[in-house]
Write a protein that binds this ligand. Structure first.
Ligand SMILES: C[S@@+](CC[C@H](N)C(=O)[O-])C[C@H]1O[C@@H](n2cnc3c(N)ncnc32)[C@H](O)[C@@H]1O
Length: 272
């Protein structure tokens, strides 16, 4: 274990406990997206999984590009100015606020994660334009009402919000519970709000083997689901075209994603 001093979202110094004895999702994923914030234990399982299933590297990169396209669509075409990004992960290139504020500088973004290492890097997520606002919440997806209450300090929850949950719902092993958490978060947002979800899927033997290797590493397990289950997160919402599709196929805009058959699906739904 090591301890780092960081600032929480209100600027207070925080002592964050970083566990370097087992892999962590945020650091593991940062290794896959080509970041620099990971430990030996994350790289070891990362390299093992790259050997089993190199396709996970494409999943990581194409998912980040999907984030960019979804945010550009929502800010540019739907007029969304508020984003709630749950399971943020470690900062990397083109974080949600950077993409949104390039389109609309007055955008407000609240990031939510419960990993202490993400908290230690939160300052990189708080570089807002003067017209907009960003905040970081050290909070838990398993307590949606608390997330909403805290987010209301930055977002106006009487106006539409885009709830983004990318590559995170697999941490909730029970599918019914995962759906319930999404439902409760969306219940606190007004009509015109959107849900953005992407996740790895059990659509190849390689992905299933990679998930088994990750889950036996000591990390908090990650459950890869079927495409119908990803689609189920959008029940009660109006799915934006083209619906739930492989990540590179969602409204490609020449960002270099190509048409790789990656084992990850995504969608965007609008609350009527
Ligand atoms: C695989 S990373 C995805 C990061 C980012 N959304 C992306 O797609 O690049 C999953 C993130 O979810 C966070 N996470 C896992 N369980 C959580 C929980 N119960 N509450 C909040 N965040 C959680 C992890 O700390 C990690 O940062």
């Amino acid at each position: 274990m090591s301890e780092d001093i960081a600032q929480d979202s209100s600027g207070f110094a925080t002592r964050a406990r970083i566990d370097t004895t087992k892999p962590h999702s945020a650091r593991f994923w940062n290794y896959f997206v080509g970041g620099k914030d990971h430990y030996e234990v994350d790289r070891e399982i990362g390299d093992q999984i790259k050997g089993i299933f190199p396709g996970l590297v494409d999943v990581a990169h194409t998912s980040r590009r999907f984030l960019g396209r979804a945010v550009r669509y929502l800010a540019g075409e739907q007029g969304i100015r508020q984003f709630l990004d749950v399971g943020t992960g470690l900062p990397t290139a083109d974080n949600t606020h950077e993409v949104a504020q390039r389109v609309a500088p007055d955008s407000r973004i609240v990031y939510v994660d419960n990993d202490p290492i993400v908290l230690t890097h939160a300052n990189a997520l708080l570089t807002s334009t003067p017209e907009g606002r960003t905040a970081y919440l050290d909070a838990d997806l398993y307590d949606p009402e608390a997330v909403l209450r805290a987010a209301a300090g930055t977002l106006d929850l009487s106006r539409p919000v885009a709830l983004m949950i990318l590559n995170t719902l697999g941490h909730v092993s029970d599918y019914g519970q995962a759906r319930d958490l999404v439902r409760r978060l969306m219940a606190g947002l007004p009509p015109g709000s959107h849900l953005v979800v992407s996740d790895s899927t059990a659509t190849s033997e390689g992905m299933i083997a990679a998930s088994e290797a990750y889950n036996s590493s000591g990390a908090v397990p990650y459950h890869v689901r079927g495409v119908e289950e990803i689609t189920g997160f959008f029940d009660g919402l109006e799915l934006v075209e083209p619906g739930v599709v492989r990540v590179p196929e969602w409204r490609p805009d020449g960002d270099g994603s190509g048409a790789a058959a990656v084992d990850a699906y995504c969608g965007v739904g609008r609350k009527p």
